[in-house]
Design a protein. Structure first.
Length: 314
């Protein structure tokens, strides 16, 4: 499919005006103000339009949108959202290689309905913090872990029911004194399917379902209200294992070969060389290294501005 799209297999040839190939292959530089798109005759509705586009030779996107590898734009949450909507997110590399690889794992492990980054309380935080969090986030059920972080050992859950009848002068007591203890919770183990978890929520009539691993550490959370709001994503970008697609950016420096190894081990689908000058020996050497060591990983190089530069990097 990607090869078909890249070679212009779906190209429309107009009776007048210029085709895209004619417009861009005449050797002249153009800006957006230099041309307009010529409307053509249609005999179909907007619902019949297919925007499937080639990202690489092996990856196609049903929604041709890619989020940039900037630290203020693309981490796991954005990459998940982009992939669900048919695009792809490219994770930035303004971080440690280990952090970036872990963001890749979050995207690849994502399953619709599971909250991978829930708001978490620690046992020593105050009930006042729970009330404040509810005002800020709009919901009132929070898992409680030993360190107040995801992958920390789960010790309880605090919800609005636990603090409903607490007078305001008692809001300074620690969460551990008001929360529902672990032994009174219904939990599910990591690896459970969405349908299985949904059944547990329905049968238990609970609002939250913590998902823990064999060590009792919190790995995700399911919410009854979120399940009600869940919708299908028919355009989602997925690999052959039905996991969401995700890209990772690296530099052309030799030290980023270690970053490359971690990203590929985490399951990244495409590597983007984040370089302002792609017409360099450094990018060419990095592309050769990636192709030799990871022949199945797709590569996007840049930035190049001429056909000759692109061929040199191929």
């Amino acid at each position: 499919m990607a090869d078909y799209l890249i070679t212009g297999g779906t190209g429309y040839v107009p009776d007048d005006g210029l085709t895209g190939a004619q417009l861009f292959n005449n050797g002249e530089g153009l800006t957006y103000n230099d041309f307009i798109i010529l409307p053509g005759f249609i005999d179909f509705s907007a619902d019949d339009v297919d925007l499937t586009s080639a990202l690489t030779r092996k990856i196609t996107l049903k929604t041709p949108l890619v989020s940039t590898p900037m630290d203020t734009v693309t981490e796991a949450r954005m990459a998940i959202a982009m992939a669900l909507c048919g695009g792809i997110g490219i994770l930035h590399h303004n971080c440690t290689p280990e952090f970036q690889a872990n963001e890749v794992r979050k995207v690849k492990k994502y399953e619709q309905g599971f909250i991978l980054d829930p708001v978490i309380m620690s046992p020593d935080q105050l009930v006042h913090d729970v009330v404040k969090a509810k005002k800020h986030h709009g919901f009132s059920g929070y898992p409680v872990t030993v360190n107040g972080k995801i992958e920390g050992k789960l010790v309880g859950l605090i919800t609005q029911r636990d603090i409903d009848f607490l007078p305001q002068d008692k809001w300074n007591i620690p969460v551990k004194e008001a929360m529902t203890k672990l032994e009174d919770l219904i939990c599910a183990h990591d690896g459970i399917t969405l349908n299985e978890a949904n059944k547990i929520l329905q049968q238990s009539k609970k609002g939250k379902l913590p998902i823990i691993n064999d060590q009792g550490e919190l790995v995700s959370l399911m919410s009854r209200t979120d399940l009600k709001k869940n919708k299908d994503y028919p355009l989602a970008s997925k690999d052959e294992k039905k996991q969401l697609l995700v890209g990772g950016a690296i530099s052309t420096h030799d030290e980023d070969r270690y970053r490359l190894d971690l990203l590929c081990q985490a399951g990244v689908d495409v590597i983007v060389l984040d370089s302002s000058q792609g017409n360099s020996i450094y990018q060419i050497n990095m592309i050769r290294h990636i192709k030799q060591k990871y022949p199945d990983v797709q590569i996007i190089g840049g930035n190049v501005v001429t056909a000759a530069q692109a061929k040199k990097s191929d």
